[in-house]
Design a binder for this molecule. Structure first.
Ligand code: PEP
Length: 246
């Protein structure tokens, strides 16, 4: 399965910063032939800017969230249809920051995923455990629950395993922890759907991926790509990670 490298820009950036970063990415990508699909997910205010900068390139566009329905009465939100309209092909759903700060439940994640799929977007559904769940051993059940309750029956997207304790802290999960979770997730997907469907779903790792650890993470059996926060804000680092795909 072709790997996919996704940059989650969160609240970065201003117009001049975005132009600079994308220009550097595009010129870097001319120096080699990437093995992986590449996606960047800028904040809503920069979607249009990024869409025109990457037009005709091998970089695809993704949103960071979409609303669970099509109603116009959601001040401040954006719909899957609007993402599609601006040229997005992907959308991140259920990132731990949205689950925590915006109180998004698995039921909401599922509804948003359905909405994204209905509009022809590929949902990137994030799952992952807290530090306490990891320490107490509850992490397997927590992630399984997010898979069973957050994904719709006709799920047709990507699952990103992002242990919350490894995000943005500079310390990624160990290779062994990642490997084991990839297997647990693949098995749970097979139970939730069936084996063939589960084998066709790309499962990503996210959490402090950087140029130093990307190669070993991307070489692990069952890792179909990575979701990157901080390191995706540096063209040099993001390009180095893209080069590490297998
Ligand atoms: C993220 O927030 O999705 C993420 C993976 O962040 P970082 O790479 O900074 O840990």
């Amino acid at each position: 399965m072709k790997q996919i490298i996704i940059g989650n820009w969160k609240m970065f950036g201003l117009t001049y910063q975005v132009k600079d970063l994308v220009t550097k990415l595009l010129s870097g990508l001319k120096q080699f032939s990437p093995q992986a699909d590449i996606v960047i997910c800028p904040p809503a205010t920069q979607l249009s800017n990024v869409a025109s900068l990457i037009h005709g390139s091998q970089i695809a566009l993704g949103g960071q969230d979409c609303q669970a329905d099509d109603l116009v009465t959601h001040t401040g939100d954006i719909s899957a249809e609007m993402l599609k309209d601006i040229g997005a092909q992907y959308v991140i759903i259920g990132h731990s920051e949205r689950r925590e700060i915006h109180h998004e439940t698995d039921a909401i994640v599922q509804t948003k995923t359905v909405q994204a799929q209905d509009w022809g977007l590929i949902p990137i559904v994030c799952v992952g455990e807290t530090e306490i769940e990891r320490r107490t051993g509850a992490y397997r059940d927590s992630v399984k629950k997010q898979i069973n309750e957050g994904l719709p029956d006709d799920f047709n997207g990507i699952v990103a395993y992002e242990p919350i304790w490894a995000i943005h802290g500079g310390m990624s999960a160990s290779l062994q922890e990642i490997s084991s979770m990839m297997q647990i997730i693949r098995k749970e997907l097979a139970k939730r759907f069936n084996r063939t469907t589960a084998e066709g779903i790309r499962i990503l790792y996210g959490g402090s991926v950087n140029p130093d650890n990307a190669e070993s993470i991307l070489s692990l059996e069952g890792v179909n790509g990575v979701l990157i926060g901080s390191a995706s804000l540096s063209a040099e680092k993001f390009l180095a990670i893209i080069r590490s795909s297998v």
